[in-house]
Design a protein around this ligand. Structure first.
Ligand code: MG
Length: 256
């Protein structure tokens, strides 16, 4: 079900989203060669708790028999890991790596969701470009996130921009509505056709999240039942914000 948020609900969304943003900022400062994703997880968790929020990804149900609920407070996906990497003491960042951090803060009944891909020390030019194109594709997409437009207009803009730049979007995972639930309708693919899908209305809150692969678009799931990796071993980047559809321009809620 697509939910339209009231003024009061939007204020609560703002607060949850701000905390998610602040947690990202704190994680970013901690990223350096030698740190583990487990340590980053603790930093993010403490930051969210400091502001009275709960890390909503912790304990998120897998929905699959035999696969445990998500154990981390963040998803931390290194290099060829696309999304849903499980924080681990054994996952140590090294110079030249990239790491995607996806986190959700839950406060006062509402969720705020954002993801970033960070560099660890110096990375090669192609990797830098992958991160920049992924981020820019989000902004290309939200140019169309306006009242009266359709989801397909946003999806199309993201996919076109990524492919024009020689990279691939992940097809099996997508952005989503967000509010009281972490994942609400509508689904927001990172590719699609203009003029298709539901119409955007003022008061919708959406997590738009391009997941981009440097090589081809195939993905695999690791035996842990969570971690998604690229099939061809090339790197992947992720960029996400929670936005609000308004009467005019969309507003990014995951900000300070
Ligand atoms: Mg997310």
């Amino acid at each position: 079900m697509v939910t339209i948020k009231s003024k009061q609900e939007i204020e609560k969304m703002r607060e949850a989203c701000k905390i998610a943003y602040l947690a990202q900022e704190t994680v970013e400062k901690a990223i350096k060669p030698g740190i583990s994703t487990w340590e980053l997880d603790k930093i993010a968790e403490n930051e969210m708790i400091k502001y009275g929020a709960i890390p909503a990804e912790k304990g998120y149900p897998s929905g699959v028999k035999g696969v445990p609920d998500f154990p981390g407070s963040i998803c931390a996906s290194i290099n060829d890991e696309v999304i849903h990497g499980i924080p681990s003491k054994n996952a140590i960042l090294r110079e030249g790596d990239i790491v995607s951090i996806d986190l959700v803060a839950y406060k006062d009944g509402f969720n705020g969701d954002c993801a970033r891909t960070y560099t660890v020390g110096k990375v090669d030019k192609e990797t830098q470009k992958l991160i920049e194109i992924t981020k820019q594709s989000f902004f290309e997409g939200i140019k169309f996130a306006k009242k009266g437009n359709r989801i397909g207009d946003v999806s199309h803009a993201i996919g076109q921009f990524v492919e024009k730049n020689g990279f691939s979007v992940v097809k099996e995972f997508q952005g989503h509505g967000i509010g009281r639930q972490m994942h609400e309708d509508p689904g927001i693919p990172n590719y699609g056709k203009e003029g298709r899908g539901i119409r955007l209305e003022s008061g919708m809150t959406l997590a738009i999240e391009p997941m981009v692969i440097a090589g081809s678009d195939g993905i695999l799931e690791l035996d842990d039942g969570w971690t998604i990796i690229t099939e061809d071993g090339t790197k992947s980047a992720h960029y996400e914000n929670t936005i609000l559809i308004t009467e005019n321009e969309p507003e990014i809620l995951t900000k300070k």
